[in-house]
Design a protein around this ligand. Sequence first.
Ligand code: DGL
Length: 266
Amino acid sequence: MNNDEESREMCGRPIGVFDSGVGGISVLKEFVKQLPGEDFLYYGDSAHAPYGTKNTEEIQTLSKHICEYLYGRGVKAIAVACNTATSAAIGVLRQIYTDIPIIGIEPALKPAVLMKKNPNIIMMATPLTVKGDKLHHLLARFEAEANVYALPCPGLMEFAERGIFEGPGLEQYLQNLLGKYLESGRIDAIVLGCTHYPFFRPQIRKIAGPDIPVIDGSEGTARELHRQLGKRGWLQKETRPGSITFENSDPSKIPLMEQMMELNIE
Ligand code: DGL
């Protein structure tokens, strides 16, 4: 195959997306919005979720297995639609897969920091993300410009895995977590540092009120995916609606993933 043929062949391949479970659908939704002609293969690892309470080595092993599988399926890029797996494993994955782009996600602190002078920001993430070096570097970058409360949220992603997006249990969890910060009246923004959490945005807004923006990192991640494929000349050239294939290590979660794809989480 010459270079042109090879590039044309790459354009037609699907994009692999994975998460510890159903949460990465919040990122997939943005991918479909920004890259509507692409085919996506989404893999949720619900059988091994949560990732956020495991250790770095375990997440690296799980992520490597999934990428091996996606790569074997002929994907032209892999998006790690999981902050925890990005934090723990993206370096290792990029060392293994040097011939396709590996895109990660990180908490979207920058737009929150730019909102005003010295903002007070709540950043919600899994315990492993909060402990990780990647977040510490990110926080150090903004240290002089913002006051960030990094809140680990063990047990929160499980609501989404069970298909619970509202109700007293979830409200109580969020109230216990956020109540004392919000009562101070000084919080300017909430950053969602886990891809499961955008599904709780309506509930978070209920507690935080309409004036506090609740920001996630999916837009920037989709832009980066677009940029990386464009740079290589690998964007889908055909103008036709793309497809989505859902897979999960726990196949009973597939109907939930399809349902979540339709939910409004803006
Ligand atoms: N969705 C994942 C994230 O973005 C993590 C949830 C978990 O498995 O703990 O961090």
